[in-house]
Design a protein around this ligand. Structure first.
Ligand code: CA
Length: 643
């Protein structure tokens, strides 16, 4: 079913007017099914025509457009049939209404396929050096992961994200890639990785690799060529100034190359930034994102994706995806355009490949063509983002005192502050892709030991029943603890989240048969350190709780990634939170309710449908009872109820 509507908008070159137009268009034009037309004369007046596949967000936005005072029906004579993104509209507005600019911008946008398998996906993130060491050299490896696929499937996870496993000097734990097409020898061989793909697929598990598109290692062959004084194919693959004595406002390195120039860094000294161009240019050496050099970088990155996808990989988690084009605007128009081209190309060849971005602004990431974006853990100047409010609202990863996280039983407050940040972002991307919760990742402190097992169980209850595709970091399913350790391979504060997986109580907790001194990082020496074997024997363990949640998720269409979510209770003075999830076909409605606090609370949850029918409790932690509209939630409780 197609919905057609139109809206007349004046494109005036003032910033205020532009902002008003963007606000008017937001939610409609951000989709990839928007057609834009303008009157061919350069009058500064245009018509937006939206031909939208029926999805409720788009329809609502369309109705708002129709109600807008500026709305007039669009004459058939000026309907064009080109696709525009929000970025294209913004550029058009900035160009003062040049019809030719619109046509030019339209050429770079495309329709993106979204792999259907993501609707039921649950990911498990594996840090390869710390998961399972198959050959006793102290470092986890690819065959070790393959040997644990049955365990991963037993959790209820059906997808993997493996942190970079490519050839690298490991000055940033593999995020400094020396050869994108070669598995690091410490992890095995390319054949080992292809075998992992096959074995995973045989179990219904998809495998995402980690793409690091923004920079390489300083030891990458491209960079060695780029450093040469003599111009060659790779001279412009990185960002170089015009003199060995000229720097810039970004971190740069001089004096290390025969080339008379300095180069721009992305992160550590070992990570020269690849050249995707500059959106705003204030030096002669800065190239346009439209330059042949920037295009060559994009093509090279697509080639790397093609290489692994052709070998059986199912997609990529993309590192620092929002920072490719330098001096880009806050809305990232040029970086979005770069990804639209790259993902448009690769998705046309591999339509079932999935892409998740390290971006943290889902409206931008999905416009760029990604299928999913992470709800990243951000804390700037002590100010938490929504996710940090939930799980890590403290400056100290180890200390319970002073932790204001929502899931802290004694320290947290109302869920309202989180929802005020989450809900607008969730609504902005409904029907377009996923905004994904993580339990933790390789860059953030684990929940334990700051949160108790019970606090973690309530947290997992929410993470695994919210919309989007959840990501569980290896070891979080048993409550592995963040540890205060010296830095390893550029990990610094992140190192404590990267310790070996704790399988059992054998040598090195089952991680490795090697000498304890040879381990990548030491295993947790605490005799009480959690492990898989012990928790498999205990029905009240963290592991058992995670399996129960994922089993429920697999069995209920209302818990799929796409199924809509509506907030039912978010008391300002309490700790409780309740929401409904409804199956896309309307066949099922579940209510999820929790109380992470230490006092019992009573909330009112509107009952829909057949009130005579008793609610059916599907999963419960702690004491939860429902009487009509009233739900009583005991201390640190969580429940999923079918109504
Ligand atoms: Ca090994």
């Amino acid at each position: 079913m197609m919905q057609i509507f139109s809206s007349r908008v004046s494109f005036l070159p003032s910033f205020v007017e532009k902002s008003r137009q963007i606000a008017l268009l937001r939610g409609v034009v951000a989709t990839f099914d928007v057609t834009l037309a303008v009157r061919p004369e350069n009058t500064g007046v245009g018509w937006i025509i939206c031909a939208s596949v029926c999805c409720d967000t788009s329809i609502r936005a369309g109705e708002q457009d129709r109600a807008h005072p500026a709305y007039t029906p669009c004459p058939d004579s000026v309907r064009a049939h080109s696709v525009a993104s929000r970025a294209a509209v913004r550029r058009y507005a900035g160009h003062g209404g040049d019809w030719r600019e619109i046509r030019k911008d339209n050429s770079m946008t495309s329709q993106f396929t979204r792999p259907a398998w993501l609707d039921t996906a649950v990911f498990y993130e594996i840090y390869p050096q710390s998961f399972c060491d198959s050959n006793g050299d102290g470092i986890g490896d690819i065959p070790g992961i393959t040997g644990k696929l049955d365990y991963i499937a037993s959790l209820g996870c059906n997808a993997l994200w493996i942190n970079p496993c490519y050839d690298s000097p490991f000055k940033d734990a593999g995020y400094d890639v020396r050869d994108y097409r070669k598995v690091a020898s410490r992890y095995g061989t390319n054949d080992d990785l292809v075998e992992l793909f096959h074995q995973a697929h045989a179990r219904g598990i998809h495998v995402l690799l980690d793409l690091v598109p923004g920079h390489t290692s300083e030891e990458h062959a491209w960079f060695k060529e780029s450093q040469r004084a003599q111009r060659n194919e790779y001279s412009d693959r990185y960002i170089w100034t015009n003199s060995a004595f000229e720097g810039y406002t970004m971190p740069f390195i001089g004096g290390e190359s025969e080339r008379n120039a300095t180069y721009i860094l992305n992160f550590f000294k070992c990570q020269p930034a690849l050249n995707y161009g500059f959106a705003k240019r204030d030096r002669p050496w800065q190239m346009s994102p439209d330059s042949p050099a920037a295009k060559a970088t994009r093509d090279a990155m697509v080639d790397i994706m093609r290489f692994w996808l052709a070998l059986g990989c199912d997609g990529f988690r993309v590192d620092m995806a929002n920072s490719l084009v330098k001096n880009d605007g806050d809305d990232k128009p040029e970086t979005i355009k770069a990804w639209q081209e790259m993902l448009g190309t690769i998705k046309a060849e591999f339509p079932q490949a999935a892409f998740v971005s390290e971006w943290g602004v889902p409206a931008q990431a999905l416009e760029a063509g990604f299928d999913m974006d992470f709800y990243l853990d951000w804390r700037f100047d002590g100010k938490p983002n929504g996710y940090n409010l939930l799980a890590r609202n403290t400056d100290n990863a180890l200390d319970t005192a002073g932790d204001r996280s929502y899931f802290s039983a004694s320290g947290g407050g109302s869920v309202q502050e989180f929802l005020s940040q989450y809900i607008p972002q969730y609504q902005a991307i409904r029907g377009k892709g996923y905004f994904c919760f993580i339990t933790c990742n390789h860059d953030t402190p684990r929940l334990a030991p700051r949160l108790t097992t019970r606090e973690q169980q309530v947290a997992f209850g929410m993470f695994l029943t919210m919309p989007g595709v959840p990501f569980i970091y290896y070891g979080d399913e048993i409550g592995m603890r963040y540890r205060d350790l010296p830095t390893k391979e550029g990990g610094y504060a992140r190192t404590g989240s990267r310790t070996p997986m704790q399988w059992d109580t054998s040598n090195n907790m089952g991680f490795s048969a090697g000498d304890p001194q040879s381990l990548y990082l030491p295993v947790d020496p605490d005799p009480q350190a959690p492990n898989v074997a012990e928790q498999e024997q205990r029905p009240d363990s963290m592991l058992a709780w995670v399996r129960s949640l994922l089993s429920l998720r697999a069995d209920h269409p209302a818990l799929r990634a796409k199924a809509p979510m509506t907030v039912l209770a978010q008391p300002a003075q309490g700790r409780s939170f309740a929401y409904s999830r409804i199956a896309e076909d309307g066949s099922e409605r579940l209510v999820i309710a929790m109380n992470p606090g230490l006092e019992s609370e009573t909330i009112t949850v509107p009952v829909q449908g057949n009130t005579a029918k008793n609610p059916d409790t599907l999963l419960c932690l702690g004491r939860v009872s429902a009487h009509g509209d009233t739900v009583e939630l005991g201390p640190q409780s969580f429940a999923v109820v079918r109504v």
